[in-house]
Design a protein around this ligand. Structure first.
Ligand SMILES: *[C@@H]1O[C@H](CO)[C@@H](O)[C@H](O)[C@H]1NC(C)=O
Ligand SMILES: *[C@@H]1O[C@H](CO)[C@@H](O)[C@H](O)[C@H]1NC(C)=O
Ligand SMILES: *[C@@H]1O[C@H](CO)[C@@H](O)[C@H](O)[C@H]1NC(C)=O
Ligand SMILES: *[C@@H]1O[C@H](CO)[C@@H](O)[C@H](O)[C@H]1NC(C)=O
Ligand SMILES: *[C@@H]1O[C@H](CO)[C@@H](O)[C@H](O)[C@H]1NC(C)=O
Ligand SMILES: CC(=O)N[C@H]1CO[C@H](CO)[C@@H](O)[C@@H]1O
Length: 447
């Protein structure tokens, strides 16, 4: 049956203008009479809308694409995107032809603005390649097995790739599990080879001694809190080590009370004081959600989430984490006051390889950009509001019910507490006069 939804101007709207309920954890309708129950709840939902796609691999278009197929399989000659990094004015993408592509951000939309071929052979891309951006000096680093490059990003109005220079230090990129930048420090997590730290200045990588020992470092995240630099390093065997760096002495410290967090795994991500650790198991993965208290140097386990087995990466925002998996991308809400229910939101971006957020704090409507193997794309992740929808009732002229809701936010209540909201509704059915072909229903919108 066709349902017509009418958003009625409701008194809640006055409230809703200044107020959001945050994440809705549960809701129900309780009718005053049992006879006819024509109303139901359409749950709040996080959805993405494809808003922009830029093809970065020219062979990759519908007309010529067929030439690259052999017995229904890609024959491997088609170029692809190997890395992407956000920079202060947009993003830089590197393809396996050795082409650097600059996508400039102009009023929330990305435009192809510049490109340059690196003098590099295709063979280099058989091994991993890393792109990093140093905000302080506006420098782009390209780390390859064969050679490293540094590019001082050019001024507005000229090519941003005008000053690419070669650096003759090389990494065994095959061993690299993760890289991170903190000010002018480059952290390279190299599995069983341990953690290597370099100061990148004056076009050289100067190694800095880090005495903290690792058995098998798999991932690394850095963060500055209250002007202290924290390095969260995940050891596959030992769990999480938290290291602070003193810029004055140039030394690394481990505070005994906030280190050796005993959760092991492959991937971590950090958003302010929320830390997530992914551990792959036989048939699925466990994600430990931890809360870090920087003031007291303590930590606490908040929840254990379960997710799909093959997880490539995890990216966090204020309210949720996006789990980039081989079999689709899941959304996991963190920092909830209760985990009694499971919200099953998924986002659909086929072939997604890497994803970044334009502004992580705008959780209800957040712009995302990223790359697939051939495309650059942007999309908006939006939290769609909860509705009450009613079928037209023949039996009653009027239906009364009470709506109950648990959510993370309520008028006048602090966050991180279950907030209960209750509202009585009276729905009056009016026979449709103008439109007679369709049965009418109405919707009540909760924001
Ligand atoms: C709200 O939460 C309480 C306590 O956790 C629970 O008993 C109740 O059933 C929930 N109500 C709804 C509508 O989900
Ligand atoms: C609806 O939620 C309220 C409050 O959480 C609870 O007291 C009531 O039993 C629930 N009703 C139904 C039908 O589940
Ligand atoms: C090191 O960690 C990786 C996961 O990143 C794992 O596959 C490998 O087996 C580990 N090596 C040892 C010696 O434990
Ligand atoms: C470790 O953290 C505790 C608690 O915040 C603090 O009192 C202590 O001074 C710290 N130790 C070092 C060596 O920083
Ligand atoms: C809402 O409806 C319930 C049940 O019909 C009733 O007991 C309660 O007084 C009503 N509350 C308000 C604020 O009208
Ligand atoms: C489900 C339902 O209420 N269907 C009704 C839609 O309207 C036509 C015409 O008024 C009815 O015949 C259906 O029963």
């Amino acid at each position: 049956m066709l349902i017509f939804c009418i958003l009625i101007e409701f008194f809640l709207k006055v409230l809703a203008k200044e107020f959001s309920f945050g994440i809705i954890l549960g809701s129900n309708l309780t009718y005053e009479t049992q006879s006819d129950q024509p109303c139901y709840i359409i749950n709040q939902k996080l959805k993405n809308k494809q808003s922009q796609e830029i093809n970065l691999v020219l062979e990759f278009n519908e007309k010529t694409f067929a030439n690259f197929y052999d017995n229904g399989k890609l024959n491997g000659d088609i170029n692809f995107i190997v890395q992407m990094v956000p920079i202060s004015t947009g993003a830089v993408v590197l393809s396996n032809k050795g082409e650097l592509i600059y996508l400039k951000l102009v009023e929330n939309s990305f435009q192809l603005a510049d490109s340059k071929m690196l003098s590099i052979t295709k063979q280099v891309f058989l091994k991993p390649v890393y792109l990093q951006y140093i905000q302080n000096s506006n420098d782009l680093l390209i780390l390859t097995e064969w050679q490293n490059f540094e590019n001082q990003i050019g001024q507005e109005g000229q090519s941003i790739f005008c000053e690419i220079i070669k650096i003759y230090d090389v990494f065994l990129t095959e061993n690299i599990k993760s890289v991170a930048i903190l000010e002018d420090l480059l952290f390279v997590a190299s599995g069983e080879q341990g953690l290597h730290v370099y100061q990148v200045s004056k076009r050289v990588f100067e190694q800095i001694q880090c005495t903290v020992e690792f058995k098998n470092i798999t991932d690394i995240r850095v963060v500055s809190e209250n002007s202290v630099d924290y390095i969260f390093a995940l050891d596959y065997e030992k769990g999480i080590k938290v290291i602070t760096f003193n810029t004055k002495t140039g030394l690394f410290y481990e505070n005994k009370s906030l280190t050796n967090i005993p959760y092991r795994g492959e991937i971590i991500d950090l958003y302010q004081d929320v830390l997530m650790v992914v551990k792959e198991k036989e048939i699925d993965s466990i994600i430990h959600e931890l809360r870090i208290q920087y003031e007291t140097n303590t930590w606490r386990l908040i929840h254990q989430h379960s997710a799909q087995k093959y997880i490539q990466d995890i990216e966090m925002t204020e309210n949720y984490a996006i789990i980039l998996g081989r079999n689709g991308h899941e959304i996991i809400y963190h920092s909830l006051p209760s985990y009694d229910i499971k919200i099953q939101d998924k986002i659909i971006i086929p072939g997604l390889q890497k994803l970044f957020f334009l502004d992580k704090t705008q959780s209800n409507n957040i712009q995302v950009f990223g790359v697939t193997k051939h495309m650059f794309f942007t999309t908006r992740l939006q939290l769609f509001p909860q509705f009450i929808s009613c079928f037209y009732s023949k039996e009653e002229n009027e239906i009364k019910f009470t709506y109950h809701q648990n959510s993370t936010k309520c008028p006048g209540s602090a966050q991180n507490k279950i907030c209960q909201f209750k509202q009585n509704y009276t729905v009056q059915f009016v026979h449709p006069i103008l439109l007679h072909r369709n049965n009418r229903s109405m919707c009540i919108q909760h924001v």
